[in-house]
Design a protein around this ligand. Structure first.
Ligand code: NAI
Ligand code: MG
Length: 364
């Protein structure tokens, strides 16, 4: 029996990361253990830990591991300032051609400024203004006399992300995709994105509705009436900005996960960074990484376990009222994690931290 269990394990790379990374990844792994999730972890380093050991924030052994497993759960990585290091996240996306970035924003705790939000943003992750054609031109004695940046969107890249988004919608029972662009001004760069996505949309007629918005209007409408949106499909930079806006609609950085998807690899992580201000204090909110782990379970077709994990998170914050400080609670990362594990094991939390929670008492 032990043998057949071993056989069904899925190799996956685990990168604890920097700052609060090791704390929230440890919490998430113990929750996954309680769920008996089928991952066989290959722990690898990246970020500052790797700089100390290998003088490279993204060592070859870590890349080789992801090449082998095609699957990773990753803590946030601090990109060293200066020293000529490129963003590790951009390097990872390019290395594994992780063209699709999926960032769901869903309300977990009712009674906030916005209720019942359920929006998925799908962002093209490799092209647009992130290609790095970015430079200065000296004018007279000023080496920074002018700055020039060029974006690149290819027909193939637009088609690939659009098809990915429509397939996502079909698979996940989503009804509508809104294409976000600035085709009135950036006529070529984002016009090709709109034009190609509309072409792909025709293949899904009758299954997924489609409309489009100009990015600035969309930013305003996300605040005025976010409930009109279902799935947003957009280019790299607009997706970066709007996904943070959506995170703001659902309680902020401690909650929102992201998946970076390519043909041969997928990397799951929180949207937030390494939070150096609270690192080592044991108070970080692990929900974002746990939500990323739930997306990873969906990805390996263990929707049953993903559902149990999301339900346990929901019950812990709403029924047991166990919350970390960023959500107005008093629980440490470890207390919160233990409460989730009790829920997974089918027990409500015996520790009533509820009365101490500021959030549960906070007046509207
Ligand atoms: P940050 O997301 O690390 O922190 C912003 C604020 O949110 C801080 O006050 C922090 O305490 C709080 N916060 C973030 N996550 C939290 C959590 N789980 N629980 C409770 N509070 C939380 O952003 P910041 O400070 O701009 O970046 C710090 C470092 O992280 C930088 O080196 C940056 O390059 C890196 N970074 C890495 C990312 C990644 O690896 N995917 C993404 C974003 C930033
Ligand atoms: Mg961002």
């Amino acid at each position: 029996m032990a043998k057949s269990k071993r056989k069904s394990l899925i190799p996956a790379t685990l990168i604890p990361g920097d700052g609060i990374g090791p704390e929230i990844i440890k919490a998430t792994v113990s929750v996954l253990d309680a769920l008996e999730a089928p991952f066989e972890w290959d722990v690898q380093i990246a970020g500052m830990a790797a700089v100390t050991e290998h003088l490279d924030p993204l060592p070859e052994a870590t890349l080789a591991s992801i090449r082998r497993t095609g699957l990773a759960l990753k803590g946030p990585l601090t990109t060293p300032v200066g020293g000529g290091f490129r963003s590790i996240n951009v390097r990872l996306r390019e290395e594994f051609k992780l063209f699709g970035n999926v960032r769901p924003g869903k309300t977990t705790i009712p009674g906030g400024r916005f209720d019942d939000i359920d929006i998925v943003l799908i962002r093209e992750n490799l092209e647009g203004l992130y290609v790095g054609f970015d430079h200065y031109i000296p004018i007279d004695n000023d080496p920074h006399g002018a700055a020039i940046s060029s974006g690149v969107n290819t027909r193939a890249g637009c088609r690939r992300i659009a098809r990915f988004a429509f397939e996502y919608a079909v698979k996940n029972g989503r009804k509508k995709i809104t294409i976000i662009h600035k085709a009135n001004i950036l006529k070529a760069l984002t016009g090709i994105f709109l034009e190609t996505a509309l072409e792909v949309a025709k293949e899904y007629e009758g299954r997924v509705q489609v409309d489009d918005r100009i990015v600035d209007a969309c930013a305003m409408q996300l605040v005025m009436n976010p409930w009109q949106f279902d799935v947003l499909l957009t280019t790299n930079l607009f997706g970066d900005i709007l996904s943070d806006e959506i995170a703001g609609l659902v309680g902020g950085l401690g909650m929102t996960p992201g998946a970076n998807i390519g043909e041969h690899a997928a990397i799951f992580e929180a949207v937030h960074g390494s939070a150096p201000d609270i690192a080592g204090k044991g108070i970080a909110n692990p929900i974002a990484v746990m939500n990323a782990a739930a997306m990873m379970l969906d990805h390996v077709e263990r929707q049953d376990l993903a559902k149990r994990l999301r339900e346990a998170i929901h019950a812990t914050v709403n029924e047991d009222n166990v919350r970390t400080g960023d959500l107005g609670g008093k629980a440490t990362t470890a207390e919160f994690t233990n409460a989730i594990i009790r829920r997974i094991e089918g027990k409500a939390s015996p520790v009533k931290v509820a009365s101490k929670n500021k959030a549960s008492k906070k007046k509207s």
